[in-house]
Design a protein around this ligand. Structure first.
Ligand SMILES: Nc1ncnc2c1ncn2[C@@H]1O[C@H](COP(=O)(O)OP(=O)(O)OP(=O)(O)O)[C@@H](O)[C@H]1O
Ligand SMILES: [Mg+2]
Length: 325
C-alpha cells in the first residue's frame, strides 16, 4: 500500500519575466518502508516538488495543481492550512538541508525537541525532556544530557543535522521528506548521517522521499530512483535496474559524472550545457538541446514516460518510447 501518492503535480510561478513552469506533471508514490530518491541538477524542480508534497508552497505566489494527493489514503488536496498543520510533523515531516536555519537559534536543541513531544503527544515538559534525551541518544549524539542544553550554533554541522533527524522521527511519521539532507556536510559526516537516516527509516518502516542532486549519494539508500529534468521525471526504476541499465541519455550523463569521480582531476565528465530557461522551455524534449542522440523529431514533440519493462519508466524516444499526443 502506498503511504504517499501524488498524481500529475504541476507548479507554476507567475513572474515579471513570464511563467516559470517549475513542475510539469509529476507522479510519485512511496510505500511503507520504501526509500524513493528524486535526483537531478540544480533548478530541475526537486525542492518545489517536495514543498508541494506537504503543501508548503505559498499559494499566493504560485499555481499548484494535482489530480490526486493522498497521504495514508487521506485526500490532502482540499485540506485547509490548519488541517495541514495537524498533519505536518505528525504524519509527515521534512528534513531540510540547512539545519542552522531550520533550527531556532535562540532556543536549546533539547527544548526544541521537547516542543515536538509536547505538541504531538501532549507530554509535560519533564516527560518531554526524558523523550528528547532518548531521541538525541538514538541519533548517535554522545552525552545527550549535556547536548540537550546546547544551542544550535554550539553544535557541529553533522550534529545539527542529527538533531533535525531526531525531530523528524520524533512523532514516528509515516512519511519523511529529506531535501538534500547532507549536502552541506563533508563526505565522511555525510556517510554517517545517511547511514543513520537509513537505519531509522528501516526500524520505523518510514516512507522516505530522499532528494539529492548527486546520484552517488542516493544509490546506497534508495529502493527506487526517479530522475528529474526540467520539471519532469525522465526516468524511474528500482535502484539496481536504473544504475545497471540506464536508458535516458541524461541519466547516463549523471552516471558518467559519478563513475569518474574517483579518477584523476580532469577526467570528470559533466553533461555539457545547462537546464533550459524555465520560462522558455524547448517545444519538444527538454533535454534535446544537450542530447547527443536526439533526432529532429525530439525537438518538436515531447516523449511520453513509458514502461520499458521491469517497471523501468523512461521518457525518451531514442530508447524506444513514443511521443506525446
Ligand atoms: N518562488 C519562486 N518564484 C519563481 N521561481 C521559482 C520559485 N521557487 C522556485 N522557482 C524556480 O523553480 C525551478 C525549480 O526550483 P527548485 O528549487 O525546485 O530546484 P531544485 O531542483 O531544488 O534545485 P537545487 O538542487 O538547486 O536545490 C527553478 O527554475 C527555480 O528558479
Ligand atoms: Mg532544492
Amino acid at each position: 500500500m502506498s503511504v504517499f501518492s501524488i498524481k500529475n503535480l504541476k507548479v507554476a510561478f507567475p513572474t515579471p519575466r513570464g511563467i516559470v513552469r517549475a513542475v510539469e506533471g509529476i507522479d510519485l508514490s512511496i510505500g511503507a518502508g520504501e526509500c524513493l530518491a528524486l535526483v537531478g541538477e540544480s533548478g530541475c524542480g526537486k525542492s518545489v516538488t517536495s514543498l508541494a508534497a506537504l503543501k508548503l508552497l505559498d499559494t499566493s505566489s504560485c499555481i499548484v495543481r494535482t489530480d490526486e494527493h493522498l497521504l495514508l489514503d487521506e485526500d490532502i488536496s482540499k485540506m485547509s492550512e490548519r488541517e495541514m498543520e495537524g498533519i505536518r510533523g505528525r504524519k509527515a515531516s521534512m528534513i531540510f538541508q540547512d539545519a542552522l536555519s531550520a533550527l531556532n537559534p535562540v532556543m536549546s536543541v533539547g527544548k526544541q525537541l521537547d516542543e515536538v513531544f509536547m505538541l504531538h503527544f501532549g507530554l509535560k515538559r519533564r516527560e518531554a525532556k526524558a523523550r528528547s534525551i532518548e531521541a538525541l541518544r538514538s541519533v548517535g549524539i554522545e552525552d545527550p544530557e549535556a547536548r540537550y542544553k546546547a544551542f544550535p550554533h554550539e553544535l557541529s554541522g553533522g550534529m545539527r543535522q542529527r538533531v533535525l533527524i531526531a525531530m523528524a522521527f520524533a512523532s514516528n511519521p509515516a512519511l519523511i521528506i529529506a531535501d538534500e539532507p547532507t549536502t552541506a556536510l563533508d563526505v565522511t559526516v555525510q556517510k554517517q548521517v545517511l547511514a543513520l537516516l537509513s537505519k531509522l527509516q528501516a526500524e520505523n518502516g518510514t516512507a522516505l522521499l530522499l532528494i539529492s542532486h548527486d546520484l552517488s549519494v542516493v544509490c546506497s539508500m534508495a529502493d527506487r530512483i526517479a530522475v528529474m529534468y526540467s520539471g519532469r521525471i525522465v526516468e524511474c526504476a528500482e535502484t539496481w535496474e536504473l544504475i545497471s541499465n540506464p536508458l535516458h541519455p541524461y541519466t547516463k550523463g549523471l552516471m558518467d559524472a559519478v563513475v569518474r569521480l574517483d579518477e584523476p582531476k580532469g577526467r570528470f565528465t559533466q553533461i555539457p550545457g545547462s537546464l533550459p530557461d524555465p520560462v522558455n522551455k524547448p517545444k519538444g524534449c527538454c533535454f534535446f538541446p544537450r542530447c547527443a542522440h536526439a533526432s529532429n523529431k525530439c525537438g518538436e514533440a515531447m516523449p511520453r514516460l513509458e514502461n520499458a519493462g521491469n517497471a523501468h519508466f523512461v521518457r525518451c524516444c531514442m530508447s524506444g518510447g513514443a511521443y506525446e499526443g
